[in-house]
Design a protein around this ligand. Structure first.
Ligand code: ADP
Length: 369
């Protein structure tokens, strides 16, 4: 930092004030911040009460003493910066209180010229006072990063299914076009299906945007059977591709629930896709999707498959994040599904299917009339 000339010094007479020297010590004493002045050897020349109290002293106890007594021996590297030619600097270091306790402080120094002598004027901030706030901010940031990580993993997972389906429908359409006598009706149907999946992607993105903007997702009264049926349609192509025979038995009545439709559809799609994948190398490939009422105003949805059952290693942490036995699995489908169902005051679990395979079930509270 450029040294202040004699006339620029805050301690120098100020023409604008009629040549009267401001009382520097009085100004320091009245300041709300911890302020002190050191000479070139590091001896304390001035220290206001605010600064001295931070260390558990009175100002008069410290005048003339070495500033080093206010910092632990292990943390005196800042002293290298206390050279007259050093620029203004700011440092986080440890402070040492009179009672021996150590606390974090921030020091800011700058140099001034005063009556032919160079002084270092310092400002002290007690960081332990803002520690709680900073901890809170760090925790919030960590939570937000967790949330973003979860959302990114979730998004990658949720978008994969509609995008795969769009690719499959477009492929069907292209293949039909290459046939000798292409059926326009068939191609139109494939393009409609692809279009429905594009709409689904935009619904998923809207949901996410809403969540980011408001921290919540919109729920509305829905007929669960219709919601499950639509979700089943989303995975029809996948089931057919793997020769899985699907039975749908949506018998629950009444079936009014207050839900986020897109999210509950995501759960059904996740369960159905897992079921298809579990059966893809098996002999029997049968899936049954059903709803029924339970006592206590609950509605239950089951997705049953005839696959090999749950692998032993995932049983205890089936719904935990990043649990997967698939070579390209993300291991987030079931953890997202559980978060969604729990956010709807419901419950989700898995049991062995009596005939072989697995049944994933979730219950949701029925809406009041
Ligand atoms: P991912 O499908 O990416 O692996 P999930 O959270 O959806 O992630 O599933 C976690 C794991 O649970 C799967 O890797 C698989 O081992 C097991 N799993 C899920 N559904 C079934 C099922 N219907 N049958 C057998 N195992 C299943």
């Amino acid at each position: 930092m450029r040294s202040l000339s004699r006339s620029e010094s805050p301690l120098a007479p100020n023409a604008a004030e009629g040549g009267r020297r401001p009382d520097f010590a009085a100004t320091m004493a009245a300041a709300f911040d911890g302020i002190f002045a050191l000479d070139e050897r590091g001896a304390i020349r001035l220290m206001n009460a605010e600064a001295a109290t931070l260390f558990g002293y009175r100002p008069e106890d410290l005048i003339g003493r070495d500033f080093g007594m206010l910092t632990p021996e292990s943390d005196r590297s800042y002293r290298d910066d206390l050279r007259p030619e050093a620029p203004m600097f700011r440092r986080r270091i440890d402070g040492l209180r009179k009672n021996g306790s150590i606390f974090p402080i921030e020091l800011g120094f700058s140099e001034i010229a005063c009556d032919g002598e160079r002084l270092l004027i310092g400002l002290i901030r007690d960081l332990s006072r803002c520690g709680r706030f900073e901890d809170g901010v760090h925790e919030l940031q960590a939570n937000r990063l967790d949330l973003i990580e979860n959302m990114a993993a979730g998004l990658a997972h949720e978008l994969k299914q509609p995008l795969t389906a769009i690719g499959a429908y477009l492929n069907f359409a292209r293949r039909h076009l290459k046939e000798k006598d292409p059926s326009v009706a068939k191609i139109a149907e494939m393009l409609d299906n692809a279009d429905a999946q594009v709409f689904r992607v935009s619904e998923i993105m809207d949901n996410l945007r809403q969540f980011i903007a408001r921290g919540e997702t919109g729920k509305s009264p829905q007929n669960l059977n219709a919601v499950v049926r639509t979700a089943c349609e989303f995975t029809d192509a996948l089931a057919k591709q793997h020769n899985v025979k699907t039975t749908i038995d949506l018998a629950a009545s009444p079936d009014l629930v207050v839900i986020n439709k897109v999210q509950i559809q995501q759960v059904v799609v996740n369960l159905k896709r897992n079921a298809v994948e579990a059966m893809q190398h098996g002999e029997r490939r049968e899936m049954r999707v059903s709803t029924r009422l339970l006592e206590g105003n609950l509605i239950r949805t089951d997705v049953a498959d005839t696959g090999p059952g749950l692998p032993e290693e995932v049983k205890t942490r089936l719904f935990a994040q990043f649990t997967t036995t698939k070579p390209h699995g993300l291991g987030v489908g079931l953890s997202i599904s559980r978060s969604i169902i729990e956010a709807h005051s419901g419950k989700i679990w898995a049991e062995p299917n009596p005939g072989g395979g697995t049944v994933f079930s979730f219950v949701l509270p029925l809406a009041d009339d």
